[in-house]
Design a binder for this molecule. Structure first.
Ligand code: HEM
Length: 500
């Protein structure tokens, strides 16, 4: 009898201890039921994963958990979840997971996937030196110059509009990073930077390579079968380092010759105490202005054209606003931003429906109990911007393109797309001010000078472009054709008068 009492007593103590521990550590987040070994892998689509994650968010809420091959992942699906975890608890949630292939290729050097907290802080500081609104002002003329080159190219060859957009974003990024003026379409430095951007995008796709799943493979000799990723990573590394070194050397030579133009690299080398900024931090940070800035803005400007083709009424309203406020005799500039609220609303709504970065990943730096739920150290987080920006509560009729919903809206609200689409916390996009200024000026000038409409079949019927987007870490509209026509015979003259 005594032993039974002791056994019951011990069981009770064990139960209470377990319960207390469970309670203090928090309970698991809800989420779709996983199957053994595979978890939820079979339920994940091959394309547009963020749409599925958004759908689950309607059932399981703003923060829920899924599992992929035994790895738990936390999905953040509302702007509130982003603010609560990533803004308020930035000390825990600022790291990004580091795929092994990225580390092997050296792509963790810089900012986007930098893992060393000190180097990251330093690199972000360098970017702030040129990307804060006051500093950006000195690149304003360059920015307008490159936008107008794009407009002139559109006039001559409207069908290659994506190529012209690429040229403008490359031009501005290179101007700010290295003071390099891109003039030729086949600029060898831009070609090399594009090659790097493609390699970077491929390597940073989550778990794209077997070595990301089984990191010990990196230690096996290259001659074994299936080790092709080692050679690939070596080539990528060589290409990235050579690109970063070449840009850095170019600016140093120009400084010696007295021909260097203002740029991040120039500022970090000349306007600082000797040795204040180590060379390798300068060169990788500068190179990543291109990585972060080029494709994202290309994506948004391409999406803008797509929406203008599909929504002629919106296009007309924006053009009327420009004509009413600016008149026909000059082109809009960034100083007109406050007086063109409808044009700004078009940009905001394009970004909401087509965020160029649909989702990013983060990693919990240590254990956290959030709202009574446990997040264990090392848990991967998926920040689903696409889903956040289609939340019915904040954006009624969320899938519809309605720029007017932003008229009179306070941009300081947590759910305003400008506070979501550029990310959260310590890893928020350092290029936001540049991106806003560049995109606003570009779309205002595009609307002032051109009409966008569907391309036509031989029988004259319109070809309505598809809503599909490409897959990948940065998404673009799938290639589409459209008609881009100057709005008046004076367009060529107006453009020629701009940069005398
Ligand atoms: C439409 C334009 C753009 C959008 C929507 C955008 C969006 C984003 C997002 C979502 C992130 C990740 C933030 C997070 O993890 O919470 C990011 C990071 C970053 N962006 Fe942008 N971006 C844009 C333009 C730019 C431009 C123009 C630049 C460069 C001048 C830039 C440079 C970067 C860099 C370097 C990072 C990495 C920051 C870090 O990891 O600490 N971006 N951006």
């Amino acid at each position: 009898m005594v032993s039974v009492a002791i056994a019951i007593g011990l069981a009770l103590v064990a139960y209470l201890a377990f319960f207390a521990k469970g309670r203090s550590r928090g309970r698991p987040f809800p989420g779709p039921k996983p199957v053994p070994v595979l978890g939820n892998a079979l339920q994940m689509p091959r394309k547009n994963v963020w749409e599925k994650l958004h759908e689950w968010g309607q059932i399981y809420g703003g923060i829920y958990s899924i599992s992929l091959f035994g790895t738990p992942l936390l999905v953040l699906n509302t702007a509130e979840a982003g603010h609560e975890l990533l803004n308020k608890k930035f000390a825990i949630y600022s790291n990004r997971p580091l795929p092994k292939i990225v580390e092997m290729a050296g792509f963790d050097k810089g900012i986007v996937l930098e893992h060393d907290p000190q180097r990251l802080r330093h690199a972000r500081k360098l970017l702030h030196m040129v990307l804060q609104p006051r500093q950006l002002a000195q690149y304003r003329e360059d920015m307008v110059y490159h936008i107008d080159v794009m407009l002139q190219n559109l006039l001559q060859d409207p069908d290659s509009f994506v190529q012209h957009i690429r040229h403008v974003t490359a031009g501005i990024a290179m101007e700010i990073s290295h003071g390099h003026r891109v003039t030729a379409r086949d600029d060898p430095y831009v070609k090399k930077a594009n090659e790097f951007a493609d390699n970077f995008a491929e390597a940073s796709l989550p778990n794209n390579y077997i070595v990301d799943w089984l990191p010990f493979l990196a230690k096996l000799p290259s001659f074994l079968p299936g080790m092709g990723f080692k050679e690939k990573a070596r080539q990528w590394r060589e290409q990235y380092f050579s690109l970063a070194e070449e840009g850095h050397r170019m600016v140093k030579e120009e400084i010696t010759k007295g021909t260097a133009r203002p740029s991040l690299t120039y500022k970090a080398l000349v306007d600082a105490e000797p040795g204040e900024h180590p060379d390798d931090i300068i060169m990788f940070s500068a190179t990543q202005i291109y990585t972060g800035g080029a494709d994202t803005t290309v994506s948004t400007l391409s999406s803008f054209i797509l929406f203008m083709v599909k929504y002629p009424d919106v296009q007309k309203k924006a053009q009327e606003e420009i004509l009413r406020v600016i008149g026909p005799d000059r082109l809009p500039t960034i100083e007109d931003r406050d007086s063109l609220p409808y044009v700004e609303s078009v940009l905001v709504e394009v970004l909401r429906l087509r965020p160029p970065v649909s989702a990013v990943s983060r990693e919990a730096g240590h254990d956290d109990v959030h709202d009574g739920f446990l997040v264990e150290k090392g848990t991967f987080l998926i920040v689903n911007f696409w889903g956040m920006l289609r939340e019915e509560k904040h954006y009624p009729d969320p899938h519809a393109f309605k720029p007017e919903r932003w008229l009179g809206h306070d941009r300081r609200q947590e759910s305003h797309p400008y506070n979501v689409v550029f990310g959260f916390g310590r890893r928020t996009c350092p290029g936001q001010y540049l991106a806003e200024e560049l995109m606003f000026t570009a779309i205002a000038r595009l609307l002032a000078l051109f009409d966008f409409s569907p391309a036509r079949n031989a029988d004259g019927s319109p070809i309505i472009p598809s809503d599909d987007s490409t897959n990948g870490s940065i998404t673009f509209p799938v290639p589409f054709r459209c008609s881009i026509q100057p709005r008046s015979p004076r367009v060529r003259e107006t453009l020629q008068g701009q940069h005398k």
